[in-house]
Design a protein around this ligand. Sequence first.
Ligand code: KG4
Length: 337
Amino acid sequence: MAKILAIESSCDETAVAIIDNGNLLCNVISTQIEVHAKYGGVMPEIASRLHCENIGVVIKEALEKSNTKLEDIDAFAVTRGPGLIGALHVGLQAAKTLAMLYKKPLIPVHHLAGHIYANEYVDEFNFPLLAVVVSGGNTEFVIMKDHLNFEVVASTRDDAIGECYDKVARVLGLPYPGGIPIDRLAKEGKHTYQLPTPLKGEDTLDLSFSGLKTNIINLVHHLEQKGEKVNVPDMCKSFQDVAVGLVIDRTIKVVKKYNVKEVILAGGVSANSYLRSEIVDKLKPLNVKINIPPLWCTTDNAAMIAKVAEKLYERKMFASLDLGVDPNWEISDYDKY
Ligand code: KG4
């Protein structure tokens, strides 16, 4: 095994972690959320600039916290995609520079593989498993028959679920990132608004969130035009019931179809309290193990990238220094670069 420094900069968190033979020595995260909150969403250009400002500071802090020198690092790992192109570039350039200077391997890591492997900090995986990946940029159901074996069996046809949470929050006047206030307010509300169930009546494992989002935006504008006030907690509850309901419905169908032994939640939306309780509750009759990540590893971090990097290091899956980022990298192509 090895000592690996991992970098994550795919969206609005600049993060660095150092792992030593399975031991997480540090996990430093510098979040830009407050800056982007002013705009109601992540501004890609600002994200890249802030990564440039922060990356050196975060690397330095990680080395200090773990009492490590760069000379002692055996490999440099980095998120290569998916994510915002400019943001990804900053992390990759930093990792390439360090790999070149210290003549150590460069390990490209898939961001969603990272979200999935965050769960390995909780427990070992039982294969075949279903990873329900629900984040701000992706909504994918991934079957794993073994380590580093990813098959996407269902995904959204349009928006990611987190993006939908953020847009619904914005139209309701709630702060970014919208998942957090919606989760909180839904607990105070009732399901009083009639909203369409996405892809109702279709025989499919696909998901869809853009119709639901547009329906809510139109409904809110319509009510405002009539001078009626939207009951925000009720709207949050009505929306969340439908959005989480769709994820649960697809989870049950995929578990049955692929006969999985374990279901794991991954990605920023896996912090959602209703999703976390519903998945346990509704999957009880199916007798599968459910792995719910601790909140610290639901948001973007580099500890999850380090976890995947260890597996890739064992297999000597290194990249050359002319590697580029891939903002649309598919998880099933995690080994193609
Ligand atoms: O995984 P993540 O940090 O970013 C991506 O890699 O895409 O996920 C961020 C997303 C945001 O859309 C945010 O609104 C959502 O996760 N989120 C939540 C909750 N906390 C964060 N969504 C629902 N409920 C929450 N408690």
